[in-house]
Design a protein around this ligand. Structure first.
Ligand SMILES: *Cc1c(COP(=O)(O)O)cnc(C)c1O
Length: 422
């Protein structure tokens, strides 16, 4: 064990034991929450490094504190690598999270009360896309587009009608729970027609864009792309605003001093590490495999008569209507799978008649399982386990047997960054 951890063990048993418990949990179960991932050992090392000690308010070359030789190097590396990976003109790597990065865009480019067109939460949008419970939802005039009731996909004619009815200053595409790709060209045409700025919130699929497995909104003339760094990108928790040069100064001022104080330099160092990894051939292969695994898992569930929102997937996730498929609400489905060490999350589906804490579905994604080395054949086993559990959630003997199988199975896939002796 590393000397810093040894010292933690000696000095704080409570925290140390929880940390070891979490390592065990992550090793023994299959992680299928689409927004989660296993980061790299090098990221864990930089996150736990002395960069956490340093205040670096400002930007490289223009800081409010001394001693910035290495923080400047790190932030410049992170920014340059982000620009190279996402083919963009400017990158701000300081946002402390995905929510802060989106807030920085709204507050930097718009005035309170301005109209923003974004995807409705229950149809797959994120809280920060104007959900009434969010502060941004009360500060700006969000108009929320919904998906097509017939096939569950984005209805571009309806988005256009919404945009014409109440011309927005900003149009956002991107999602937290939507299993299809986005037609950026159509969004861009609608935005041009009404004179709106275009932003893709790629929080979920930033890594898949970086790995070349999904379309890059900048190739379609988008103005801004925001992405978290900890989901499909496999980095530390954080966010980035990527944009055209014309928005650079407004975005930088909005992040600091507009919204935040000192950046988390340990996270920025880890973002730099993550982006170098994202340039590798290995990462391209990873991104492709995430999609292959998702399609394989979705097809296997469909074969077993599960009902999936939009009928399948062309990204890294699927949304299972557990009420239609198994007569189980999403909370029960999540709990049943938890019982066999398969982690998913309950999820509202479009026009869900049920409340968010007891919704009609679950969300399943492949980024974390793929990071652990699971492939298409493994997805078939997963589908069988998931389907068997949800068909007989009260069959304790069967659940026990599956839990044993899952834990044995997990032994074959070491978790990156967790030492085997753990
Ligand atoms: C996850 C997510 C965010 C917010 O990220 P946090 O780091 O949790 O604040 C924003 N937008 C979308 C679409 C997301 O999926």
């Amino acid at each position: 064990m590393d000397a810093n951890l040894k010292s933690l063990e000696a000095n704080d048993q409570e925290v140390f034991n929880a940390l070891k418990g979490e390592e065990r949990r992550q090793k023994m179960g299959i992680e299928l929450i689409p927004s989660e991932n296993y980061t790299y050992p090098e990221v864990l090392a930089t996150l736990g490094s002395v960069f956490t000690n340093k205040y670096a308010e400002g930007y490289p070359g223009r800081r409010y504190y001394g001693g910035q030789k290495y923080t400047d190097q790190i932030e410049n590396l992170a920014r340059d690598r982000a620009k190279a990976v996402f083919h963009c003109e400017h990158a701000n790597v300081q946002p402390l999270s995905g929510s802060a990065m989106n807030q920085a865009v709204y507050l930097g480019l718009l005035a309170p009360g301005d109209t923003i067109l974004a995807m409705d939460l229950s149809h797959g949008g994120h809280l920060t896309h104007g959900a009434p419970v969010s502060h941004m939802g009360s500060l700006f005039n969000f108009v929320r587009y919904v998906t097509n009731p017939v096939d569950g996909s984005i209805d571009y004619d309806q988005v256009r009608k919404d945009a014409l009815r109440q011309p927005p200053k900003l149009i956002i595409c991107g999602y937290t729970s939507y299993p299809r790709d986005i037609e950026y060209k159509k969004f861009k045409e609608i935005a041009d027609e009404v004179g709106a700025i275009t932003m893709a919130d790629a929080s979920h699929f930033g890594g898949l864009i970086a790995g070349g497995a999904m379309n890059n909104p900048f190739d379609f003339g988008f103005d801004l792309v925001t992405t978290t760094t900890h989901k499909s990108l496999r980095g530390p928790r954080g966010g980035m605003v990527l944009c055209k040069k014309e928005f650079a100064s407004k975005i930088d001022k909005s992040v600091f001093p507009g919204l935040q104080g000192g950046p988390h330099m340990n996270a920025i160092a880890a973002i730099a590490v993550t982006l170098k990894k994202a340039m590798s051939e290995e990462f391209k292969q990873y991104a492709r495999q995430v999609l292959v695994n998702a399609t394989t898992l979705a097809d296997a569930l469909l074969e077993r008569q599960a009902s999936l929102v939009t009928g399948g997937t062309d990204n890294h996730m699927m949304v299972v209507d557990t009420v239609a498929s198994y007569g189980l609400d999403g909370k029960l489905a999540e709990e049943t799978l938890d019982r066999v060490s398969i982690t998913t999350n309950k999820q509202i589906i479009p026009d869900d008649p049920n409340p968010p804490l007891k919704p009609s579905g679950i969300r399943i994604g492949t980024p974390a399982a793929t990071a652990r080395g699971m492939g298409a054949a493994d997805m078939l086993r997963l589908a069988e386990w998931i389907d068997t559990c949800l068909r007989a959630p009260k069959d304790e003997a069967s659940l026990d047997a599956i839990r044993n199988d899952v834990e044995d199975f997990c032994q074959m896939f070491p978790v990156p960054g967790i030492q085997v002796e753990g």
